[in-house]
Design a protein around this ligand. Structure first.
Ligand code: UT7
Length: 384
């Protein structure tokens, strides 16, 4: 990370230990240290009990959608589908699609620039990009995005957790800030998902869209609005077949040619994914609520991964959070995978659904399978 002084930077552990309050009791000290050591084994954001604990705080929000909008009726001209089927089964009405020659890094840089402007910063100490659709299998796309944003030299890396990617990236970035390794981090979720969709697959073809959303995190206090608390994350690799692109990786390359052209495209066993998505998001969100010490009826906005309106309704029922408190953005943009949560946040901010002090619960489920959730008290920021 970029050192802020010429002195060698202490390790994250030492930094955090030095931040212990002078009169901190043994319980507070051990809470911090246990969390830090636990971090080595589990990719979880620290939960600390010390009153002045350092935290990562959301201070900027940006979004960008490619201009081309594709309606359900337009899809129905080339796929065996209908506006009625798509609306009733998914709630989706339109999605944005990249133009030829517009890779994920382009979308990511547009959203990242807006988030930095929203935060009022011209520089950050690191960039984390969550994406399922990197510009190339190798290298990661984040360095290219950082270069576009004038951040050449800063650490930049991709996180791959499909539709949970943004929450994974948020957790990693928050951990870097809490450890003292960084003061500001740009976290982006970006997808050109349409580029991996089989043009003949009517099911996936109607679900996904392209776009990017981003937040800037800064170092702050865990009691401030915008502070990222516990990020509950999980995975189950036994489900890696239900959402996948079979070809193009070492598994297929070591075995030989792809078995069929469809192997190079995204495939999803939607019916199987549905119950896992509802169950895992609800479980993770329940844990996140417990860490935040909020009751479900205290949640002002539930921002679930925008895959299907029926999934969001099922989630709200399981969580005992009224449907009216759901943020719904999929009707306009479809499922934008790793971009889904930050895009929904930017949308809800622009409509006034998110307001300073709102108690916001985020939850996602994606390929891997992966899932995650966190709770955040909404800060006073402007989305760009
Ligand atoms: O982003 C990661 C997380 N992803 C998700 O959470 C997605 C979870 N799954 C879903 O959202 C839903 O399962 C889908 C939207 C993908 C599919 O909805 P469904 O209600 O589960 O439909 P289905 O797969 O059971 O298909 C029902 C029927 C089938 O026809 P038959 O066999 O009943 O004659 C499909 O062939 O609908 C047919 N169908 C379509 N018909 C018109 C499938 N796709 C389409 C389509 N247009 N686009």
């Amino acid at each position: 990370m970029k050192p802020s002084t010429s002195r060698p930077r202490p390790s994250g552990l030492v930094c955090a230990y030095r931040k212990l309050p002078r009169g901190a009791g043994r319980e507070e000290q051990s809470s911090i240290l246990v969390a830090l050591f636990g971090k080595l084994g589990y990719m979880r954001t620290l939960e600390v009990s010390a009153a002045d604990a350092r935290s990562a705080v959301v201070c900027g929000l940006g979004a960008w959608l490619p201009p081309r909008i594709v309606t359900n009726d337009e899809l129905a001209t080339r796929l065996d589908t209908s506006d009625e089927w798509i609306r009733t089964r998914t709630g989706i009405q339109t999605r944005h699609i990249v133009s030829p020659g517009m890779p994920t890094s382009y979308l990511a840089a547009e959203a990242g620039a807006r988030a930095m402007e929203s935060a009022g910063v011209k520089d950050v100490d690191a960039l984390v990009l969550a994406t399922t659709t990197p510009d190339r299998p190798c290298p990661a796309s984040a360095p290219r995005v950082a270069h576009r944003l004038g951040l050449t030299g800063r650490p930049a890396f991709d996180v791959s957790a499909v539709c949970t990617g943004f929450l994974y990236a948020l957790s990693v970035a928050a951990g870097l800030i809490v450890s003292g390794a960084a003061e500001h981090i740009l976290v982006i979720g970006a997808e050109a998902f349409s580029t991996i969709i089989d043009p003949h697959d009517r099911t996936s073809g109607v679900l996904f869209g392209d776009g990017a959303g981003a937040v800037v995190l800064r170092a702050g206090d865990h009691q401030e609005p915008g502070a990222i608390g516990w990020v509950e994350l999980g995975s189950d690799g036994s489900l890696d077949d239900i959402i996948t692109v079979r070809a193009g990786g070492s598994e297929q390359r070591s075995a030989g040619a792809p078995q069929s052209p469809a192997d190079s495209y995204f495939s999803m066993r939607g019916q199987e994914v549905f119950p896992h998505a509802v169950r895992r998001m609800a479980e993770a969100a329940t844990t996140a609520l417990a860490h935040a010490r909020w009751r479900p009826d205290e949640v002002d906005r539930l921002v679930g991964h925008q895959a299907n309106l029926r999934i969001l309704h099922a989630l709200s029922e399981r969580m005992h959070i009224p449907r009216e408190r759901l943020v719904v953005h999929l009707d306009r943009v479809g499922n934008t995978a790793a971009a889904s949560i930050p895009l929904a946040l930017a949308h809800a901010q622009s409509t006034g659904e998110l307001f300073p002090g709102a108690r916001v619960l985020l939850a996602a489920f994606g390929g891997g399978a992966t899932w995650g959730a966190t709770a955040v008290t909404w800060p006073d920021i402007k989305a760009l």
